[in-house]
Design a protein around this ligand. Sequence first.
Ligand SMILES: [Zn+2]
Length: 390
Amino acid sequence: MPAKSIAISFLLVLLISILNPVNADEIEDLETDILNCEGIESLEFDGLAANQSVSFQVGLGPRLPGSNASSALLDSFIENNTAWNWTLDIHPYLDTNLTNLHGIYTPESNETDLPVVILAAHYDSRDRAERDDDENRTDEPIPGANDGASGVAVLSELARIVPMLGLEHEVWILLTDAEDQGVVPEMLGAKAWAQDRTQEEIDSIHAFLLVDMIGDADLQINRVYPPKVGLSETDRLWDAVDGLASSLGLVKDVTACDGSLGIDIVNVNELDGVIDDHVPMLEVGIPAIDLIDIRFGPNATKWGGYWHTHEDTPDKVSAESLTHVGHILELGLRQGSWLKDENETLDEETDNKTKETTELSIIYPILAFTFIGASLITFGILHGSVRFKR
Ligand SMILES: [Zn+2]
């Protein structure tokens, strides 16, 4: 082999060994794209039943704190779900009370110190319609079909389904009151509930999953901030949403478990700023996210369309959209997606080892080929076939 060829081969081999780790990274990316389809055939969520709940709730009249409509709603929620342990969480509000409904589902094993996943929605409807075109009616309460009833509707279906799932952790349902009252909605029910939690309870909560305004036929759910991106505990939950939505065909151009090409419903790469009932949870250290569509109605802009108007009626709420959100939450429960990975620290260690191995796999070939190359060059110089330029 002539010296020139030796030098070129040496350079080529060096180049290949340097390029190789890039390919390894690509493979790793492909692996994370593999869908989890477990349990997808067993999904129980019934969007039509959820949609009937929306009509039922709106039919009760405005669900203002302390109203008969509010207590009728809570009564029916409790009566329909006897496998749950329900508590009314009552706090003073203006000249009446606000009432959160807190339900606990405990698996039959009856073990203590189980992880907790919380499903939450506000059940009050707004006391005013400040965005309505009719100026004479801006101080009247809105129907709240999407803003209020849609979230409760999704939770009423999940309350029926959870006891059938054979879960090994607790599920809590929280229906908050007084989220949407007054000039600026103040999330008073959620704040009061969050502030009453003990540190032990907070530590046991793996996920607080809020649903609000998720009935729009033109459903678009983006990642919500706060929480800020990079907060590992909430990024974990958004990653889970992304994975589940991908499996269900709700992420644009991603092939779903059924082989169909995904549609653009969930996009965790888009950000919407939203202050909602999840914020008081974040403030006490509970990992919390909000599934919400802040563009209510066809071609609506952010916080536009039918939002906070008298047009927020049951005919604007779609059973299909309720199903999409219901499926994300139900599949997440079935797959254990909302739980912290107890082996996380172990995984991190394995990750670090893999990284070290990858680094070594780059260094060894370089060292080997440098050695071989250097030997060949030395050999060449000794034989007078290689000259360095001066
Ligand atoms: Zn609202």
